[in-house]
Design a protein around this ligand. Structure first.
Ligand code: NCD
Length: 353
């Protein structure tokens, strides 16, 4: 088979049939989509993240953390706009002593000379021990991992830092970590209702998070959006297959009243076809201070950021608003993930303060 046909053959397989390809010796090797994770893996990652955040409180701890991956180098190939995810990975790398290099603009790289992005990835893999990518093409991270696993002399882990409208697995990890901490004294994530609001059709963060929440018993969903930007059928089919109840609606008030957790997202208009979102009223889904009395007392309020008007700034002071915590949690979870990928997570358990 020609390479192109081989890739097409692989690409069109069901997700479930692809998962083992991105594993080595029973451990995840590439991090591409949230269907790769199970509850045990998440529990392990939460524990390592908790340990890292505690160890990082002292100078001695930070000095120790900096030795854990100081023999490694990472490449951040972020050719789609990013502030948080880029900074979060960069700082997680620095906490662990990983040296980093970056490309954020293809106009300064060899793609301008006609090099394919896949060739660029092979080149990067010759220099570094891990590649973290953000790309507007949905299959880019997966294809990069496939190229390295099938034809490169040097296969290094690929982490998806956002793949077009499809997935954002490390955002989902920090989101589920934040949710798990918030509900630690309330019976955990089980038996909770989550109201996902906004551009659910193209919001990769919500899509990724749904696969993770679905791992927990008795969760329920409200998907609140204008009908034009409703949650896509692939996620709904997945929830159906797990017998997880959900309501697809544009009834904002009922959905927020029922929620244990609200997850708001912005309109992803960078993906618009001409005028696709121009005449749609998104403002009727904005959460404002007037809505707060309607919410359950413990209802957590989340947003992957950046926000526009989805959550008004007066809500920032409410103890239920967790979006700033999400940002910091991202750094600990990504550090934990990288330690796991290099099989150094046991060092964290062995550390004595
Ligand atoms: C999100 C993304 O890039 O998908 N941002 C992030 O990584 N925290 C959400 C968004 O851009 O709306």
């Amino acid at each position: 088979m020609q390479r192109y046909e081989e890739w097409e053959h692989f690409r069109t397989k069901k997700k479930a049939d692809k998962l083992s390809f991105f594993k080595r010796n029973g451990r995840l090797f590439d991090i591409l989509y949230t269907q790769q994770f199970d509850k045990e893996f998440l529990a392990h990652l939460f524990r390592i993240s908790d340990r890292i955040r505690t160890i990082a409180k002292t100078q001695k701890g930070l000095n120790f953390l900096r030795t854990t991956l100081s023999d490694k180098r990472a490449m951040l190939f972020f050719v789609q706009p990013s502030t948080r995810t880029f900074m979060s990975f960069l700082n997680a790398c620095h906490i662990l002593g990983i040296q980093t290099s970056e490309i954020r603009d293809t106009s300064t790289s060899s793609e301008i000379k006609g090099e394919s992005p896949e060739d660029s990835i092979r080149v990067f893999s010759s220099y570094v021990d891990m590649i973290i990518t953000r790309h507007h093409n949905e299959g880019f991270a997966e294809k990069s991992a496939w190229v390295l696993n099938t034809c490169a002399d040097r296969s290094v882990p690929v982490i998806n830092g956002g793949s077009g409208k499809d997935q954002h697995p490390t955002q989902a990890l920090l989101d589920i970590y934040t949710i798990s901490r918030a509900f630690a004294d309330m019976g955990g994530i089980e038996n909770k209702t989550f109201t996902m609001i906004g551009d659910l059709k193209r919001g990769r963060t919500v899509r990724s998070l749904c696969y993770l929440l679905a791992l927990y018993r008795d969760v329920k969903f409200y998907f609140v959006s204008p009908p034009e930007f409703a949650m896509q059928q692939d996620v709904l089919d997945f929830l159906d297959s797990k017998k997880i109840p959900y309501v697809v609606t544009d009834d904002f008030t009922t959905s927020i009243t029922q929620a244990d957790g609200i997850y708001a997202t912005r309109l992803q208009d960078e993906y618009d076809s001409p005028n696709e979102s121009k005449y749609i009223d998104f403002d009727r889904f904005n959460l404002t201070a007037e809505h707060l009395p309607l919410l359950k007392k413990h209802c957590i309020i989340m947003h992957p950021l950046p926000r526009r008007n989805e959550i008004s700034v007066e809500i920032d002071r409410d103890p239920r608003a967790l979006y700033w915590k999400q940002v910091r949690n991202g750094m600990w979870v990504r550090a934990a993930l990288m330690l796991y990928l290099f099989e150094r997570d046991t060092l964290i358990d062995d550390y004595v303060a």
